[in-house]
Design a protein around this ligand. Structure first.
Ligand code: SF4
Length: 237
């Protein structure tokens, strides 16, 4: 397979995913499912609450399942912490208790404050017109922000076509496109960005579809018998 036909196959099979799930959004009249996914509106103009939720989720999801992050997001919302200012100025122990279920909560609290302060200082959180976009290099300079988190913030928070690589992407590429022979994050990123159309909806859906396929069947121990791609997969063949 190649990156283009892999995307086409995944999209045809699973359909649109509608990331990022936005549970706090109250400003835009978009159709969402119960978890906040907006499959009929892949590209929406984010307001500051959306952006706060995406940035927060991108950090909280490091080394934990999305289920745990959902609990934290719900807790933040229930405590009225839906802006960068509310989190930055909130009582430290209270915020840590709210995000505890995501694990490593001391570190994650520190990361959240550093990122939100950087974005706030540069007027990049509450900028509802979405004109300014944080610099990837600046994000990577922030303690605890790696490439995957930076690209998730740029892609899903700021609608910037910056392809996200995660362990799922690496595993699927190794199995379905073994000839690519990629190793480092930047090699994967370049490979995908060089071989698919630079399109924000496509980037958004592609990463979400890779996650979907990895959770459904292409797990660490894959369920190849149930996989619709098995005839095209060198790992299975
Ligand atoms: S056949 Fe197996 S290894 Fe290949 S993509 Fe499907 S689940 Fe993954």
């Amino acid at each position: 397979m190649n990156p283009e036909n892999l995307y086409t196959s995944l999209y045809k099979y699973y359909g649109p995913q509608g990331w990022w799930p936005l549970t706090m959004n109250s400003c835009y009249n978009i159709e969402k499912d119960i978890s906040g996914y907006h499959k009929k509106n892949p590209l929406i103009k984010h307001n500051s609450t959306d952006r706060f939720e995406i940035i927060t989720g991108a950090i909280l999801t490091q080394n934990t399942s999305w289920k745990n992050v959902e609990i934290c997001i719900k807790n933040l919302k229930n405590n009225g912490i839906i802006t960068a200012e509310a989190l930055i100025n909130g009582e430290e122990e209270n915020i840590k208790a709210i995000i505890k279920s995501s694990g490593y909560y001391n570190q994650k609290y520190k990361k959240l404050k550093l990122v939100l302060n950087y974005l706030k200082d540069n007027d990049l959180v509450n900028n509802d017109n979405n004109v300014f976009i944080p610099d990837r290099g600046d994000l990577l300079q922030i303690w605890g922000i790696g490439e995957e988190t930076a690209d998730s913030i740029l892609l899903y928070g700021y609608n910037k076509p910056s392809f996200v690589i995660d362990t799922y992407t690496q595993r699927i590429t190794e199995r379905l496109i073994p000839d690519a022979k990629l190793k480092k994050y930047k090699e994967y990123k370049k490979y995908f960005e060089d071989n698919i159309e630079k399109n924000i909806v496509l980037y958004n859906e592609y990463h979400a579809l890779i996650v979907k396929h990895s959770i459904e069947v292409c797990r660490k121990t894959p369920l190849c018998i149930e996989c619709f791609l098995k005839e095209s997969c060198s790992y299975y063949g």
